[in-house]
Structures are given as structure tokens and as C-alpha cells.
Design a protein around this ligand. Structure first.
Ligand code: SF4
Ligand code: MG
Length: 322
């Protein structure tokens, strides 16, 4: 399977008080054609900044290095006009809170239409007609009326459907969805995920799905990369990670999911907090919270060790491999 996206040795540094701190360090992952990769972790682990770096939305003085190879081109080397053609046209993006990405003073039809006029060279009339078609596809009732409404007139779930319509308008190769359903209630969440899955399947779109919710990963993803404190700590096929998690952090995350069946299990969140940017542990970044930490964990940073084909864990417990 050819890769649509390959992120290689990504490093993102934030400037705080004249000093640079590594928010993301040595991150590698890839997404195959038509594949959905979940990027999961607690808030502050670097998953959102990673997605923003792919879209080149991080501005100076933030430093981004490494390679972000999208269909054989390194996005970090494109000029801004070249990058504008990629954004919204080849790579679509959906954020958690559609109110912040929809323009409150423009009608829905115009917001979908803008993308079509810009990237697909449609006239405003054609774009309006296509916008109505897109609204139908994302399951919005009365699309002929909705094109003339403003974002605040719609519910959160409907606004997220509009965002999906905008993101899918140009039939992107890759869709980046950052916590797309976190702000929605559970029933609507399930509908939106189902819709994303259906559209992606119909169009062969690859998805990078950023979430802190392992239930969403189980529902949507083929593979998953677990991030902790700016690094990928475990990656592999979803089934393998769920049935045979290796990294103590992943095990902790999985333990903290409430069981849906049987008697209610007490939620066991992992104790302690994600380390701060200014105060990263020198060795394994999970060491201060890890129940298995050994001496060398404090001084040495583990590599990603292969557990089995395509399943890797960044923990000394897996050193020596299979
Ligand atoms: Fe725990 Fe050591 Fe593994 Fe880090 S390397 S997760 S501290 S056992
Ligand atoms: Mg985030």
C-alpha cells in the first residue's frame, strides 16, 4: 500500500521566554491510501500541534523540522502559495468546535461555495448548487433553506456536518479531523463518526483522526499511534493495541475506559500529570508516572522496539523484542 502521508522525525519547538522547548520530538508515522490512523493521547501530548504542523498552520517563532511527505512532496518545503492549494483542496480539515472555523457573518452556502470557487473553478451559481448537493450528502435536512442560513441558526451537530461538507467539498485525499466529535453529545457523536466513515470510504479518503477517546479509535481506525509528552510511545494495528497493549502508558489509558458491559468498573485514571514543556524528564518521559520504572528509565530514553509486525512500543520492557 502506498503512503499518502509520511511524517519523518518531526520536531516542533515552541519559544517561551527566549528559550526553545521541544513540544514534539522525533515523531514518525505514516498513513496508507484509504487508511484511518488514530493519533491518541491526553491533552497537551502534542497531537494537535502535530496536525497543525502538517497543514503548516504553526507560525514563527515556532520551529518545525523533519519531513512531512504528502504524496511524494515534502510539505515543509512548499512555498505559501503552493501550500494554499494543498490546504482545503488536497487535505481537508475538521476541528473540534465548528463555531471557531465557520465564519459567523457568512451564510452556509457561501462558506461551502468559497472552497468550490477557489479550488474547483466554479461560478458562484454552480457553487451554490453544489453546496446544496454537499449538504444533502452530509444528511442535512432542507438543504435549499440551510444554504441561506447563518452558522448560529444551526445546532452543534448540524454545524459539524457543514464542516464535513466544506472539508469534503474538494474530494480531498487526506482528511485531518482534530477531536471532531468531542463537543457533541453521544448520539450525535456516533452519527457524525458514521458519516465521516461512510464519506471516506466512498471517496477513498485517508483520515488522520486526532482524539483522546479510545472508544472513537476502536470505532473508526485501522491503526493507532499513541502519543505521550511529544513522542509516539506505541503504534500498531488497532486490534493488536487493544488486545495486547505493551507500553505501560497505553495499558493505563485502556484501563481508564469504563467498561460498557457487566458491573460498573471504577475508573482508574493514570496517576500524575503530563510533564510540562519546561521540565521534561531526561530519560523515558513516562518514568515519573510509570509503575514499572527502572533505574535506566530515568537516565535513558528508550527506542521504539518492535513487538511484532507493525506493532512497536517505546519502553525498555520490550527491549530485545519478540
Ligand atoms: Fe516505564 Fe521504563 Fe517503560 Fe518508560 S521505559 S514506560 S519508565 S518501564
Ligand atoms: Mg487538541
Amino acid at each position: 500500500m502506498s503512503n499518502v502521508l509520511e511524517v519523518k522525525d518531526l520536531q516542533i519547538q515552541f519559544q517561551i521566554d527566549e528559550k526553545y522547548y521541544k513540544a514534539v520530538q522525533g515523531v514518525n508515522f505514516h498513513i496508507g491510501a484509504g487508511e484511518t490512523l488514530g493519533l491518541v493521547g491526553e491533552s497537551g501530548c502534542g497531537k494537535s500541534v502535530t496536525s497543525m504542523s502538517i497543514m503548516r498552520l504553526l507560525k514563527d517563532p515556532t520551529k518545525v523540522t523533519g519531513e512531512i511527505v504528502y504524496n511524494d512532496r515534502d510539505l515543509l518545503k512548499l512555498t505559501e502559495p503552493q501550500m494554499r492549494r494543498v490546504r482545503g483542496n488536497e487535505i481537508g480539515m475538521i476541528f473540534q468546535e465548528p463555531m471557531t472555523s465557520l465564519n459567523p457573518v457568512h451564510k452556509i452556502g457561501r462558506q461551502i461555495g468559497e472552497t468550490l470557487i477557489l479550488h474547483r473553478g466554479m461560478t458562484p451559481r454552480q457553487a451554490q448548487r453544489e453546496a446544496i448537493e454537499m449538504l444533502k450528502k452530509v444528511g442535512i435536512p432542507r438543504p435549499e433553506q440551510i444554504v441561506d442560513e447563518y452558522p448560529h441558526q444551526l445546532s452543534g451537530g448540524m454545524r459539524q456536518r457543514v464542516m464535513i461538507a466544506i472539508a469534503m467539498a474538494c474530494n480531498p485525499t487526506l482528511l485531518i479531523a482534530d477531536e471532531p466529535t468531542t463537543a457533541l453529545d453521544v448520539t450525535i457523536q456516533a452519527q457524525i463518526l458514521e458519516l465521516m466513515k461512510k464519506l471516506a470510504k466512498e471517496n477513498g479518503t485517508s483520515i488522520l483522526l486526532i482524539t483522546h477517546d479510545l472508544g472513537v479509535v476502536a470505532e473508526m481506525c485501522d491503526r493507532v499511534a499513541v502519543m505521550y509528552a511529544g513522542r509516539v510511545v506505541e503504534e500498531g494495528p488497532v486490534r493488536k493495541i487493544f488486545h495486547n497493549p505493551q507500553h505501560p502508558y497505553t495499558r493505563g489509558l485502556l484501563n481508564s475506559i469504563p467498561k460498557m458491559t457487566g458491573e460498573r468498573k471504577r475508573l482508574e485514571p493514570i496517576e500524575g500529570n503530563v510533564p510540562s514543556l519546561r521540565n521534561m524528564p531526561e530519560g523515558c518521559r513516562f518514568a515519573p508516572r510509570c509503575p514499572f520504572a527502572m533505574d535506566k528509565c530515568v537516565t535513558h530514553n528508550p527506542d521504539l522496539f518492535e513487538v511484532e509486525d507493525g506493532h512497536r512500543s517505546r519502553c525498555f520492557l520490550q527491549e530485545g523484542g519478540r
